[in-house]
Design a binder for this molecule. Structure first.
Ligand code: DGP
Length: 142
């Protein structure tokens, strides 16, 4: 497996060099909206540790990402009136990974509504900003 590349797009977001629609942050993880959501509220949860994917992350950092993914899933269920949540995580190109900093997709689902194809359509900035406001308020407990 190739080494971690600190110039990947999510590393730049983690360093604050590129913007994101943040929904949650703590000392070990960051969660922000996917700009090409497969469904409204589609969120990516990342470790702050420089891990390429599940194959090189420490078990403790992976466990923390899972905890944050659960928080995001619960917030989406409570706030967006979701009927279910799809969780996805891809490892290496043949495993479906495109951006090589580990991320877990948390995708809120509505009954009878199929997911859009992956990375098929960029969401409008206003819609992303509004969604980030709703989810971050729910995650902050407000
Ligand atoms: P994958 O590595 O296959 O899990 O897919 C990467 C995902 O990241 C895909 O759903 C689209 C999303 N994405 C790509 N570039 C950006 C970006 O610059 N910002 C955000 N927020 N999401 C991105």
């Amino acid at each position: 497996m190739p080494a971690y590349d600190p110039n990947n797009i999510f590393a730049k977001i983690l360093r604050g060099e590129l913007p994101c629609y943040k929904v949650y942050e703590d000392d070990k993880a960051l969660a922000f909206l996917d700009i090409m959501p497969r469904a409204p509220g589609h969120t990516l949860v990342l470790p702050k540790a420089p891990a390429r994917n599940m194959l090189d992350i420490s078990p403790d950092d992976l466990a923390h990402v899972a905890k944050v993914a659960q928080k995001v899933a619960k917030a989406a269920m409570a706030t967006l009136g979701s009927d279910g949540i799809t969780v996805q995580q891809f490892n290496e190109g043949p495993g479906g990974q495109v951006v090589f900093h580990l991320h877990v997709h948390v995708i809120p689902r509505k009954s009878g509504v199929p997911m859009k194809p992956a990375a098929s359509e960029k969401e409008k900035p206003e819609a992303l900003a509004e969604m980030a406001k709703r989810l971050s308020a729910a995650l902050a407990g407000g």
